[in-house]
Design a protein around this ligand. Structure first.
Ligand code: GLA
Length: 387
């Protein structure tokens, strides 16, 4: 049985063992990896993520009554809350994702029915591959479907999931992760405009394989550093008199520096140049211009390292190592919010073995174990697996 089949079985069995019935509906929502466009989403800019073939499965049955019963199969934990009482914040983070999604429906005036729910996943957690976004999107789709909320399309689902993170879980993230998990197209990356929420599927050249290498560095300081970066971007936008850094180009940036502090200036420069790199990378994918892909991903990494200051020495070393093997026939950069997590590489098929060997022999994670490498396939966004 394949990985997905095993996960569906695990979640279904857990549902049946706990609730004594089969789930009425099973939903899958993928994790995502961002190919380029980091920290641009909350600046109304452009991103180019793709969904990956690691996912969250949610099994659900509506019930008669007041209560939502939830099982987290991966933690062997349960939760229960009333649909008509105020949703209280919990210490276990996974519980907040469920209550947060329920609260987002409520905030839209949509009353949800009581339900039994089981959740399980195979997305590496804390790796920057959006396991949380996939949980929220899968839950949102499950709740919308059993309640017959037909007006909630996939973009609305992404907004509900983001609102849950922003307002309930307490993470000031942008919209990229949720939209990728909700709307991605098999075999493609998504060129996503985070202002209009329009997107264009961009085929990833079939000559390249998608590798995700986990540095083994646990992402530290994520929330505080993330929020600090957001504030610095907002300071810069105010200085330039624009509603978001998306509205600046390199010339205006240079001409208008004035008395803006150096750090905020460099943060803004990252965002402005990164937006352009995203658009150029989409063109390079279409043209199968591997040299350009290589240059753009490398420039993105340097900009994250020097201007946005979100990489770490171990991550820089991993990126250099992979770049040395693939040269300009593919691309490599850190992916996600930063301060640890994963490196993403687009690698010609014939170089995969060499990359894997180099990482295994030359890179050691902080706890002395080899780095885990995931060979991924660009996947579809949220889907109904069984109804
Ligand atoms: C996290 C956030 C996203 C985005 C990235 C950085 O993944 O959830 O919204 O800001 O960081 O690109």
């Amino acid at each position: 049985m394949d990985r997905r089949g095993q996960l569906i079985n695990r979640v279904t069995q857990s549902f049946e063992a706990n609730f004594g019935q089969s789930p009425q509906l099973i939903i899958s929502a993928p994790g995502r990896v961002n190919l380029i466009g980091e920290h641009t989403d909350y600046n109304d800019g452009f991103v180019l993520p793709c969904a990956i073939d690691h996912e969250t499965i949610v099994a659900i049955s509506p019930t008669q009554g007041e209560l939502v019963d939830v099982i987290a199969c991966d933690y062997d934990q349960q939760d229960q809350f009333g649909i008509n009482s105020a949703f209280e914040h919990q210490t276990d983070e996974w519980k907040n994702h469920v209550r947060g999604v329920a609260a987002s429906f409520k905030a839209r005036g949509l009353n949800i029915a009581s339900a039994r729910i089981a959740i399980g996943g195979n997305i590496p957690q804390g790796a920057g591959l959006s396991s949380s976004a996939s949980v929220s999107v899968a839950l949102g789709k499950a709740i919308a479907t059993v309640n017959g909320f037909d007006d909630i399309d996939e973009t609305q689902l992404a907004l509900i999931a983001q609102q849950s993170e922003n307002d309930f879980v307490g993470c000031a993230c942008g919209i990229m992760d949720q939209l990728a998990s909700a709307r991605a197209v098999d075999g493609h990356a998504m060129l996503l405009d985070c202002r209009s929420l329009d997107f264009e599927p961009i085929a990833i050249p079939e000559e390249l394989s998608l590798l995700i290498i986990h540095s083994g560095v646990k992402r530290g300081l994520v929330d505080s550093a993330y929020n600090e970066r957001r504030e610095q971007c907002e300071t810069a936008a105010r200085h330039f008199g624009v509603s978001a850094l998306r509205d600046l180009d390199e010339q205006r940036l240079k001409d208008g520096k004035g008395d803006l502090d150096d750090v905020s200036y460099r943060r803004a420069r990252h965002v402005v140049t990164e937006n352009k790199r995203v658009l150029d990378t989409a063109e390079a994918f279409k043209a199968k211009d591997f040299q350009a892909i290589s240059k753009l991903m490398s420039a993105s990494h340097q900009s994250m390292r020097d201007d946005f200051e979100i990489t770490l020495p171990a991550i820089d070393q991993l990126v250099e190592l992979v770049a040395r093997i693939i040269g300009d026939s593919g691309g490599v950069r850190m992916t996600g919010g930063g301060f640890g997590g994963c490196v993403v590489a687009l690698v010609p098929h014939e170089e995969i073995q060499a990359v894997e060997t180099a990482v295994a022999t030359e890179y050691v994670t902080p706890d002395g174990t080899p780095a885990i490498i995931y060979r991924c396939k660009p996947a579809n966004g949220v889907t109904i697996v069984k109804s």
